[in-house]
Design a protein around this ligand. Structure first.
Ligand SMILES: Cc1ncc(COP(=O)(O)O)c(C=O)c1O
Ligand SMILES: [Zn+2]
Length: 373
């Protein structure tokens, strides 16, 4: 039976449990057995719910959807090499987080939640706000006070309350823990249901490649909700015998805030203490990633690595992508800057997939000023 399971002590908690982590302090993972009836899947509408038997929602009536998923997988020439890029900035709210939000808000509806809270650097807040609006669930989003104005307006447009918290992303996380006693905490970081939404990115990449895994996948990492979701997704397809290998996971961090890159370099099990500086890639500006140890393990087990990118490399790559017609947000430009570095070191025959995680319109006001630099 599907349940939460503590990653530290192994204790099980039923779905619908109010707790968002174990009493021992351990994080929840999900115990769940997915199925992949390929012939049926291929007949279904082109969205993430085509993998219905691999998504841990009991009743179809609980599903909150805007037909998200099955974004185009384009081929783009980067540094002289053809790379596959998943266009997740084209999802309903403009970021990949819609995959996780569709699943997590469906779970909230399944468990009769009427109000929820969430903390975010912006995009997860936009997604949870949009899907809550669609489900008729009241929603409050806690964000750092320096969040891009476009994301704040977007959250408000969906009818959610925005709570601006002074300080860093970590201050926001501390603040919300005071609110989680009365409200359902729809956390994209703590609640593993979110990762079981983002894992559909891996399913789609494999299906779009003819049910094959790429040799490597290059993803941005802050709290790791895309990276860990991808790792679960490829792992499930591998365990089901659908793909014959797992891709190397190449994780990109901004040099200005790189606790996981530093831990990887120093062979540490959990994220390193860093004095983070500001970065234009606000989506991955996470100084203390809650699932740091899991992220490091997933990258190491895959035979992958971490890549750091400077502010200048991010801005240059953002300009380059824009000139090609791809209007993405800086966090996505950071990913492609990392991809370029990775390409220069790896086997030229390796099949590489990456992702545009967020739309440029989200940060258009902020970007406008750099374009003049
Ligand atoms: C556009 C974009 N890309 C990537 C990420 C990184 O996701 P995560 O923090 O889950 O690693 C985020 C997170 O907010 C984001 O907004
Ligand atoms: Zn425990």
């Amino acid at each position: 039976m599907t349940s939460f399971i503590c990653s530290k002590c192994g204790r099980k908690f039923p779905l619908g449990s109010k707790a968002f982590k174990c009493s021992c302090g351990g994080l929840f993972d999900l115990k769940f057995e997915p199925h992949f009836p390929i012939a049926n899947i291929e007949q279904r509408p082109h969205n993430m719910w085509r993998y219905r038997e691999a998504l841990p929602i009991e009743s179809d009536r609980s599903i909150v959807t805007m037909s998200e998923g099955y974004t185009p997988l384009i081929e783009e020439e980067i540094c002289g090499k053809n790379v596959f890029i998943k266009m997740d900035h084209l999802l309903p709210t403009g970021s990949y987080k819609d995959r996780g939000a569709s699943l997590l808000v469906s779970y909230a509806r399944e468990h009769q939640v009427s109000s929820l809270v969430e903390d975010s650097s912006g995009n997860a807040g936009c997604s949870i706000a949009a899907y809550s609006a669609r489900a008729g669930i009241s929603c409050e989003i806690f964000v750092p006070d320096h969040t891009s104005v476009g994301k704040l307006r977007q959250i408000e447009a969906y009818g959610s309350k925005v709570r601006l918290v002074e300080g860093s992303r970590e201050d926001v996380s501390r603040k919300i823990l005071e609110q989680t006693k009365e409200n359902f905490y729809a956390s994209h970081v703590y609640n593993p249901l979110f990762l079981h939404g983002t894992k559909t990115l891996a399913f789609e990449i494999c299906e779009q490649l003819g049910w094959k895994s790429p040799g490597a996948i290059v993803v941005p990492v802050g709290n790791g909700t895309l990276l860990l979701g991808a790792s679960i997704g490829f792992g499930e397809l591998y365990s089901a015998g659908i793909v014959d290998h797992l891709p190397k996971i190449i994780a990109v961090q901004a040099e200005n805030c790189a606790p996981l890159l530093r831990a990887f370099e120093m062979n540490q099990k959990d994220s390193a203490d860093v004095n983070a500086e500001a970065t234009v890639s606000e989506g991955i500006a996470i100084e203390k990633p809650v699932r740091g140890a899991q992220i490091l393990k997933a990258v190491r087990d895959s035979g992958g690595t971490f890549v750091g990118v400077s502010e200048q490399e991010i801005i240059e790559t953002w300009k380059e992508m824009s000139k090609r017609g791809h209007f993405v947000e800086p966090t996505s430009a950071a990913t492609i800057a990392g991809l370029k570095k990775y390409i220069s070191k790896t086997d030229p025959n390796e099949t590489i997939a990456s992702v545009f995680t967020g739309h440029g319109l989200k940060t258009a006001c902020e970007l406008f000023s750099w374009n003049k630099q």
